[in-house]
Each structure stands twice: as structure tokens, then as C-alpha cells.
Design a protein around this ligand. Structure first.
Ligand SMILES: [Zn+2]
Ligand SMILES: [Zn+2]
Length: 425
């Protein structure tokens, strides 16, 4: 977390990087202190822990809220971008126990938990490797590319220079030991200890999200233009749904797919299975497979300006320019009375058109006009599919697979074709 000041409580005996011994004490570190960087290390790592107050979770998502969180391991505080940043330093498997406990309910099937353990471990190791690679070739990793029509932007490892992963949905939701870790998650980690998925002798950058909407997306359509053979188009079902052309890069096929309700593993309302992969606050979201958002002319103008700095006058139309294999928009043209701009990729589109984020960029736009066709539309209706970027494992689909008796290996093979399970430590 980052803030102008951070209040925390050390439970048990700690030693600080300045050599001070502290026991059971509450403190606040603010910019005015100028003592950072500071590290607090528990003398008894098994029993010592610390609490952070006012941690914002779900940053800028529709369910953003604040809570007190508790962590094992070391607490590091330093100044970054004019704010105090708190970082937790801990062993990989402890981190995994926490993230999988936060992401998944203990009632999940054993095979689903095992699959999640393998992909979370793979993902973490791949991010650490990627951060190191980026640090070594800083100038080569661009995530913002302006062009004549507008710009293309994506969000990945660009701002994590002083830590490996952040604690929010951008990386994986991490809440330390705030929630009790379940025996089932612990067993799943033990059963898969040191196991990752690999491809061409490298650990896979195993991505995941809530719901694909029926078909998964490729890596390069969401992030930088690098092809990963295991992050490719997967139809999220045991058979190809009948009556559809699943080439969703074609507008008419995407329109039919998104506006209808094709069968898919993640096309479910099974409350028991959903509670395995959705936290209480995520279960507030009912319509994730197909959803609808309405924006008035005033709202869309205001959002575009505040969220993306775009001012094209009154908005006349939102036109799909390029779609990925899952129907997610890669580039969207915004036509206004005073200008036109094309933006991408998917997360930039989701941010520009929502106070938090749109559930996904796989949407169809319908406009409501008043009698005179000359005037700008009064309302835009976005009809969409799926929740998240759509690359890699579909958590809701995987939960259904696990509940239906598929194994960990089946789940991994389905979502990560061309990858193999391997024990590396
Ligand atoms: Zn992050
Ligand atoms: Zn899915």
C-alpha cells in the first residue's frame, strides 16, 4: 500500500533496520518523518505479525473499500512517488497460501485448488523474472504507444520497480494472514509443492481472471505484442457451441456471440460453485457472463475526459476497430462533434468508459437517439460478455470443471494448451 502516512501495529517482538527493538507497539510513519526506508523484522517469524490500518482493497473497482490487514514476515517502508509505500517481504509458498486463500473459498474442489496453486506459483515466478528482465532493459519495455489516430496503452509490470508484485487485483489479491488460511489450500500447496507449468523450458506467465465470456483471449491482444503458445484462444466448453461462428475477430460474429447466451463452463448461476471463486463482495456481481451498462451523453463525456483526458465534444458514436479472438475490443474509435480518437488496449477502454472498470472490453454499443437524427445520441447502452482480461484460466469456468470431476491436469491442459506440468523445486 502507498499513502501519505501509514499506521501499523507490530504484534510480538521486532527489530528495526536502525537496530531498535520494539514489542507490541502501534506506530505511524509519515512523509514528514523522513526515516524511510525502514525494515521491521519479527524476532520469532512463526508468531510475530504486523497489522496495517486503512488498506484500500479493490482499488478503483466497483467494490473498493478499506480494511485492517495482518501479515507475517518483514515490513519494509520507503518513499516512492511522493508517498510512503509499505511492502511485505516473505517466502514464496507463504505468499501463495495467502493469495489462494483470498482468491478461493475452502469449499472449492481439491482439483481446482491444486490447479490454482500451480498457476499462481507459475505466475509469481514469471512476474519476478519479467520484472528483472524489464529492469535490465528499461528503455525497451514500452506500454504507451501514441499514433496518428490516438494511442495504445496497456498495464503490466511498468510500475513495480521496488517490489515483485502488488497486493491488488492488478497482480493477485494479497491480504496477508487477515483471513485464516484453510487446511485445504495448505494441502493443495503441499500436493503441488514446486510444481509449475512450463513451455519451451520457461515458466509460464499463467494469467487468470473471473470469466472469459465463452472464449479466452490471447496474451498479445491485451499486453505487449509477444506470442505465448499457451495463452491462446480456448473455447470454454467441452464442445464447440452449435450455431455460432466462433471467429469473434469478425464484427458480425462477435455481435451474435455477445448478444446471445452460448453454453460455456463459465455460463453458470450455480451459487455454490460461484461462492468457491468469488469473495462476498464479488458475489455482489450477478451478471458477469452477459452484462449491460447504460451511460447518458453527459456521463460518457465526463468519463472520457476525467478517466482518459479525451475531449471530442458530444459523443456521436463508439465504433469497434479491432477485436481479439474472445470478442474483446483491442481498439475502439470514439467519434465526437469536434474530433475522433482511437484508443486501446482492453484495459484502457474499460477504464475510459467507467467510473471503476467495465467488466470487460467485449461489448456491443447501442445508442438511443432523439427524434432528430442530426443531434448526438442521448444514451449509450453497452452490452457485454465476461469479467476480466480473458487471458489464461477462467476462474468460474475452472470451478465448474472442478465441480464436474475434471482433474487439476485436465483444467490446466484446457486453459493452457501447449504447456506442461513440471516440478522445479
Ligand atoms: Zn501489480
Ligand atoms: Zn470462461
Amino acid at each position: 500500500m502507498s499513502a501519505e502516512s501509514i499506521r501499523f501495529k507490530l504484534n510480538g517482538r521486532f527489530v528495526s533496520s536502525t537496530g531498535e527493538e520494539i514489542a507490541d507497539e502501534e506506530r505511524t510513519v509519515s512523509l514528514a518523518d523522513r526515516k524511510a526506508p525502514l525494515v521491521f523484522e519479527p524476532l520469532d517469524p512463526d508468531n510475530g505479525n504486523f497489522e496495517l490500518f486503512h488498506v484500500v482493497i479493490g482499488m478503483k473497482f466497483h467494490w473498493e473499500r478499506e480494511e485492517t490487514q495482518r501479515f507475517k514476515g518483514k515490513l519494509k517502508l520507503f518513499v516512492e512517488n511522493g508517498l510512503i509505500t509499505a511492502v511485505n517481504i516473505l517466502p514464496i509458498e507463504d505468499y501463495l497460501l495467502s493469495v489462494i486463500s483470498s482468491e478461493m473459498s475452502a469449499t472449492s474442489s481439491v482439483e481446482l485448488l491444486k490447479a490454482h496453486a500451480v498457476i499462481s506459483r507459475s505466475w509469481l515466478l514469471a512476474q519476478i523474472q519479467k520484472s528483472r528482465d524489464v529492469a535490465r532493459h528499461v528503455s525497451e519495455y514500452k506500454t504507451f504507444i501514441p499514433n496518428e489516430e490516438g494511442y495504445i496503452k496497456w498495464y503490466d509490470r511498468e510500475d513495480h520497480t521496488h517490489f515483485d508484485v502488488c497486493a491488488d487485483d492488478h497482480c493477485q489479491r494479497y491480504q496477508g494472514i487477515t483471513k485464516v488460511s484453510s487446511k485445504q489450500v495448505y494441502e493443495a500447496l503441499k500436493a503441488t509443492a514446486g510444481e509449475v507449468i512450463t513451455c519451451n523450458n520457461a515458466v509460464c506467465d499463467a494469467r487468470f481472471y473471473k470469466c472469459c465470456g465463452g472464449i479466452t483471449e490471447t496474451f498479445e491482444n491485451v499486453w505487449e505484442p509477444v506470442h505465448h503458445p499457451y495463452l491462446t484462444k480456448v473455447i470454454d466448453n467441452d464442445v464447440v457451441p452449435e450455431g455460432y461462428n466462433t471467429d469473434l475477430t469478425k464484427e458480425e460474429n462477435a455481435r451474435k456471440w455477445i448478444l446471445s447466451n452460448p453454453p460455456a463452463y463459465c455460463n453458470t448461476h450455480d451459487k455454490e460453485v460461484l461462492s468457491q471463486v468469488l469473495n462476498d463482495y464479488d458475489q455482489e456481481t450477478q451478471d458477469f457472463y452477459r452484462w449491460e451498462v447504460k451511460l447518458t451523453q453527459a456521463e460518457i463525456k465526463d468519463l472520457l475526459f476525467r478517466k482518459a483526458g479525451i475531449d471530442v465534444g458530444d459523443v456521436l458514436d463508439l465504433i469497434p476497430v479491432e477485436r481479439g479472438v474472445s470478442g474483446r475490443l483491442i481498439r475502439l474509435k470514439i467519434v465526437g462533434t469536434t474530433g475522433t480518437i482511437v484508443i486501446g488496449k482492453e484495459l484502457e477502454i474499460r477504464k475510459a468508459l467507467s467510473e471503476s472498470h467495465l467488466y470487460s472490453s467485449a461489448f456491443i454499443v447501442e445508442t438511443r437517439l432523439i427524434a432528430s437524427l442530426q443531434s448526438p445520441p442521448t444514451e449509450f447502452i453497452l452490452k457485454g460478455a465476461g469479467w476480466g482480461h480473458g487471458v489464461g484460466l477462467c476462474q468460474i469456468g475452472a470451478a465448474i470443471m472442478g465441480a464436474n470431476g475434471y482433474s487439476c491436469q485436465d483444467i490446466l491442459t484446457h486453459y493452457f494448451p501447449n504447456a506442461e506440468l513440471r516440478k522445479i523445486y
